[in-house]
Design a binder for this molecule. Sequence first.
Ligand SMILES: Nc1ncnc2c1ncn2[C@@H]1O[C@H](COP(=O)(O)OP(=O)(O)OP(=O)(O)O)[C@@H](O)[C@H]1O
Length: 744
Amino acid sequence: MGNGEMDGSHLVERHEELRSEWEREEEQLKKCVEIIQHNVEAQSAELAKVRAETKEMYDNYRSDNPELHNDLVIGLSMQTDLERSLTKNLAALKKPFFGRIDYRELGMETRDGEEEEEKKQFSLYVGKNGVSKSSTEIIIVDWRAPVASVYYDSDVGESSYLSPYGDQIHIALDLKRTFEIKDSSLVDYYDTDVIANDEFLTKYLGKNKEVVLGEIIATIQKEQNDIIRDTPWHSVIVQGVAGSGKTTVAMHRISYILYNYKERCRSDEFYIIGSNKMLLNYITGVLPNLDVYNINQMTLEEFLVYLLDMDFQLKKKKYILISPFAKSRKRAGENSRVRTLLKRYKGSLDFIRALEYYLDWYEMTIIRSEDIIYHGKNIYSENEIREFLSIFKEKPLSEKQELLNKRLLSKIRLVNEREQQEKEVISIEVKKYKDYFGKKVAKYDLEKIYLDFLKSLLDTGFYKEFSGVLPEKEVVSLLMEDFTGKKIDIYDLAMLTYLKRRLKFTKDFEYVSHIIVDEAQDFGVSVFYCMKQLFANCTYTIMGDITQNIHYDTGMNDWEALRGKVFSEEKDKFYVLAKSYRNTVEISNYASRVLKHCTFKTYDIEPIIRHGSEVEVYEAKSETEILHKAAQILKCSKEAGYTTQAVICRTEEETKEVYDKLKELIELESLKENMEEMNFTNGIMVLPIHMTKGLEFDSVLLWNPDSSSYEKSDADAKLLYVAITRALHELHIVYMGELAELLS
Ligand SMILES: Nc1ncnc2c1ncn2[C@@H]1O[C@H](COP(=O)(O)OP(=O)(O)OP(=O)(O)O)[C@@H](O)[C@H]1O
């Protein structure tokens, strides 16, 4: 027999093998579909029954019947649960699973390296939702289940996973397979040892994107999985380059935590904080798809106003909220030196620490801490009072006062009882000292105390024991001028919230257990310090990229202070994501070139190898030409099938101008007067850079980045980096005059 014949028979054998493997997978898929179909039918019947019952209760509802009211509430909640479960099952019907892992459990590893005892063999299918045939027979494992981490973490070979009971289970992974399933039919499957990860990923990444963040459960990468599955008992800080999946990972992490820590974590105690409404709507759009409901989502400003429980009449314009981008200026660098120093001060830890120092003093002016001599005896010594205050340091002033008053009264009662005084006498004595440490104040004048604090910053003598740095006089004057002129920003709001927390007990602060901050680098470290003081038992998932800090003076340009001074380097975790999934290699390289001009530390970008067209830079000679060229580019991109397109401008003012002119030439999505109220939609959107943060578009046209709009500074490099990295497939640049040096 010649070699050729041998190869031929092997090929036939291999082909047969593949065919029967394919048939086995089709069989498995069919079986799963049948079970899900059965579950769907059972749930539909149950839902119809519950709906009928709640309807009947609703029809007979009478407000004076509390029992009926309770039943109705329970019925409605059951109905919602069933509806959600049915929706999940209907989706699972079309695509029951995406992965399969075959593994053998190995015995416990002995310390002296004795041989491992082989255990059972498993073949598990992993899906977006778990599917069971009965209460004991699981057909598809939920992607969030502990064992499913093997699918994300390991390649074929030995590995392990953490059981729900905290044991490390050692396994030998024999097969890791990913499926493509469409409308309940098997389209294809790939085994990890056959197809390279990047090659597989590019199949997903080449597609056009929706106007809601997508779920990535079939392609979560190992380094992302580590973050998603980290425990909620400590905080997690993630530095990730643009497009590395920070936001996506954060949303999947919420889903993972709520699924695995049901008993301890409630979705309504989770808060997602983002920089604007459009971003929040975009990122949280994925949550129902990830089986997450009832999460709070707010901008930082909204969150603080909610905690303050007073709106400073922002709507009535009693106070004006200063937004760094609302002004109609072209360049960030036009601010005066003092204004820049003020911004830096507000974002720094020195600011909030000075307030902390001031409030420690303020507290002592209210709480009398001197020996209390009663009937000739020192019944409450200064030392005792001070010790008490240091033990209950975290408690608000009003609570400290209450506790001290109570303690003093019991001492007075005791002295009188020992002296065998009449009841009436005791009661008179107790009344005399009732408010010795101060009366319970229902409402504090936060604005006045804050202003007094601002004034105090001029008094260097007062701060002689303060370990931080005080601002220059001019900076303090500007700070006070803004506040008395009723101009406030998120930093004032944060300080006022902290002030409120120090003075008064409030329930709102109790019900915050996990905070997820996206685009965290845009907020100064003082805000995080403040939040840490506000919520005693809260942990955080903080996602950001210092290279994308668009509030250069207030935001964070490194992670040092946050990691070392606000969070604990030992207890909390810091991760770095370096791979970029969003941009083509050409766009990523272009973005990296901008960063080469910078003096700040940058994190290297590793693009997933996906090629596209070169970045097009077009110089126009006149305004008419630039507008016509832009319209032509946008038209071509649309014809190429790109559904989301953005024209990115420098400022809000420029955005309005460009929008007005361009709309005469091509159909645009309408621009609202208040850009914060806009929604991310398909079509062509004209937006200022800061409003595109966190978003992504199939095609981006960067509007006129000339040398007068962007100077060669770190701040402007960050802005351009953000704009460039919004593009998934195509980036075009049109300009007039001299191109910004950062791009040349
Ligand atoms: N593992 C993955 N598989 C497939 N796609 C992924 C993966 N991780 C991220 N992506 C995709 O990459 C894109 C960028 O993700 P995302 O917006 O979460 O990144 P980001 O780090 O928050 O970006 P930015 O800092 O620019 O806001 C999204 O389209 C997301 O679906």
